[in-house]
Write a protein that binds this ligand. Structure first.
Ligand code: MRU
Length: 358
């Protein structure tokens, strides 16, 4: 997608044994590129959220394995790298999925061939993510287009950032918006700011603006009111892990939006690639590990001062305790449909849709 009119991806190869990323901790204030040249750089890029979003975390982890194998291609090196990367963030299942896929592609090879094979597998995972997200866009665009009415935009509410910045390109929840716009629909997006890290106001608003999509940033508590006023035609969010039975873990606050949508008869859609489905779990509520991050993300915010400096400031009462759950789980019964690269499915039919026994 575009930044300043220039097509970009979130991660790309940089020479024989490194990757580069957009450092998302600096957006929307600065578009800076960071270089990842070893395992530790990949681990901290994921843990510190220079890259974030379930699909992009998975792709970065696959490249992290390749970087690690450049230094130590032994079985022990492979296992240690997968362990370090798997521990970087617990909720998005794409991370474990990408590690399993990359390590099984290389484990049977002699050590001297492993790094090259890992690079090739990581490239394949990245390209497959782009294709899956584009396909999600094609399938999901119909959900928007069928709500188009003359003289007004289709109003979509989204939470967190599930756009191209959360993937390699296109995005998950935002891909249908981009494709609907390509097909001529007028779409307006209500962007939840998404405390505590503000992925909505910082990232979703940034990328929608760069693509020329109408949008308005709202505080996280405004969605219910807008739905009561008939100002939301559909809710469209991403996912970090989907249980086989259709429960969805996504950014903290998603569950509250689903409750409000249910109460107001507003359709609530989830968009994610199949790499986000955890077939080992039937249900998600109480079963999916919910990441807890540092309290400082709640008590402080970073922004740009009038003088142009990036500064972190305290916004909570000094000394108060704070807790920072990064995700919640929305039960399948509150979800109208799940959009994947295979099409649109009712949550209860997800397994059948993928040819699995529920
Ligand atoms: O904590 P983050 O920023 O990595 O959270 C991930 C998300 O952006 C969302 O929850 C998103 O909806 C799923 S990833 C496409």
């Amino acid at each position: 997608m575009l930044i300043d009119g220039r097509p970009m991806r979130t991660i790309w190869r940089a020479g024989a044994a490194a990757v580069e990323i957009i450092d998302q901790t600096l957006l929307p204030h600065e578009v800076a590129v960071a270089r990842l040249a070893d395992l530790e750089a990949a681990v901290s890029a994921i843990a510190d959220m220079q890259v974030r979003g379930a699909p992009l975390i998975g792709v970065t982890a696959a490249y992290g394995v390749a970087l690690a194998l450049e230094a130590d291609p032994s079985d022990a090196g492979l296992d240690a790298a997968c362990g370090r990367l798997a521990g970087a963030r617990p909720t998005a299942v794409n991370l474990a999925w990408a590690l399993a896929r990359t390590s099984s592609a290389v484990r049977g090879l002699p050590p001297e061939q492993r790094a090259a094979a890992a690079w090739a597998e990581a490239d394949a995972i990245a390209e497959a993510d782009v294709a899956a997200c584009r396909a999600i866009g094609e399938h999901g665009a119909d959900l928007i287009l069928e709500r188009a009415r003359a003289g007004r935009p289709v109003n979509v509410l989204t939470h967190c950032n599930a756009g191209w910045l959360a993937t390699v390109d296109w995005g998950t929840a935002l891909a249908p918006i981009y494709v609907a716009a390509e097909r001529g629909a007028r779409v307006h997006v209500w962007v939840d700011e998404t405390r505590p890290r503000n992925q909505g106001s910082a990232l979703t608003a940034f990328e929608l603006g760069a693509q020329g999509i109408e949008h308005t940033v709202i505080v996280d508590n405004a969605g219910g009111h807008l739905m009561q006023q008939g100002e939301v035609d559909l809710v469209l969010v991403g996912a970090d892990r989907i249980a086989g039975g259709g429960d969805v873990a996504n950014k903290i606050g998603t569950y509250l939006k689903a409750l409000a949508a249910h109460d107001n008869g507003v359709p609530f859609f989830v968009a994610a690639p199949s790499s986000t489905i955890d077939w080992t779990l039937a249900q998600g509520v109480g079963k999916i590990a919910i990441e807890q991050r540092g309290a400082r993300e709640v008590t402080h915010v970073t922004g740009r001062t009038g003088a142009g400096r990036l500064e972190e400031v305290l916004i909570a009462a000094p000394g108060s305790a704070a807790v920072n759950y990064a995700f919640d789980v929305t039960p399948a019964r509150l979800i109208s449909a799940i959009v994947t690269e295979r099409g649109v499915s009712a949550p209860a039919d997800l397994a059948t849709h993928f040819g699995r026994t529920p």
